[in-house]
Design a binder for this molecule. Sequence first.
Ligand code: NDP
Length: 337
Amino acid sequence: NRRWVLASRPVGIPTAENFRLENAELPEPAEGQMLLRAVYLSLDPYMRGRMSDAPSYAAPVAIGDVMVGATISRVVSSLHPEFKKDDWVLAYGGWQDYALSDGKGVINLGAHPQQPSLSLGVTGMPGFTAYMGLTDIGQPVAGETLVVAAATGPVGSTVGQIAKLKGCRVVGVAGSEDKCRDAVEHAGFDLCLNHKDPDFAEQLKAACPDGIDIYFENVGGAVFEAVLPLLNPKARIPLCGTVAHYNDTGTTPGGDRLPAFIGTLLKKRIRLQGFIIFDDYAPHFPAFRTLMTDWIRQGKIHYREQVIDGLEYAPGALSGMLQGHNFGKLVIRLADD
Ligand code: NDP
């Protein structure tokens, strides 16, 4: 049983030294448990937070513990009444080939799910994040302008597409020309701008002649700075993530912008609300999955996946994602079906 454990806490971008690959004994399920073999492992930005022991909404991974992560797994053997051998499940198996589970929080996908890895992306946690953050906090109205960054990732891409279904004008922000082209040509965004362009802030201003009504916040950093002066009165900001800051090591240069920030919120009566998807919205998950599965079947929502073969590549792939090297929902394939 190969498994990646946390070897040390990163300072800045995680490096190979922060992880250790171990080989452990295959565990045996006890009564009420099952043994799972991971086929796909999801890599997500929140994992950077779990590597740190700074206070957060979830406990950190302890040094020496297996890295956390959602998996699409198959049941190898089961002493659990609700799961049978060979069932596919969505579980939190972590960065390892095999995991024991007592079934808590595990979703049974049955014997023959179609494209099971989508349950880690567009029909799973990131898609659900996009849907709830946009509809409950963003409250889109037809004709409004929405801006979202990380526009080709599973959250941003889904946010923009649902906003299009609601009749909004959607301006994406992404980190390369290829990503921007994909957001427009495949995901149907009206426009997509590259945040690495030196004149990005001016481009954004020109792209939003009527201002911004909803800014779905995935990244923070320079994108948020460019957005702030363009926000309309009564704009909504679902505060989902700030991936531009996850590897920060000190204070941001450039002086204190907090007074300008809170002043803008006040004067423009902006509603900014953070959310943690399952803490806030878990009861809505089954209905979301049904809706999103229908939308995908009807061709209304497009998704993009990047599959990397081999558990050994997980640490590098996570570091790469935090720097924008992924293109679409990043998953590691550990085994053939
Ligand atoms: P992505 O697959 O989109 O990966 C992160 C992307 O962030 C990168 O590919 C990169 O895209 C972009 N990025 C990285 N650094 C910067 C930067 N400095 N400026 C602008 N963009 C940057 O991730 P997800 O779709 O899985 O997640 C998106 C966000 O949603 C994250 O912040 C995540 O933490 C958050 N999230 C929050 C949840 C919640 O419950 N609140 C639940 C799930 C996700 P590019 O190359 O385009 O710049």
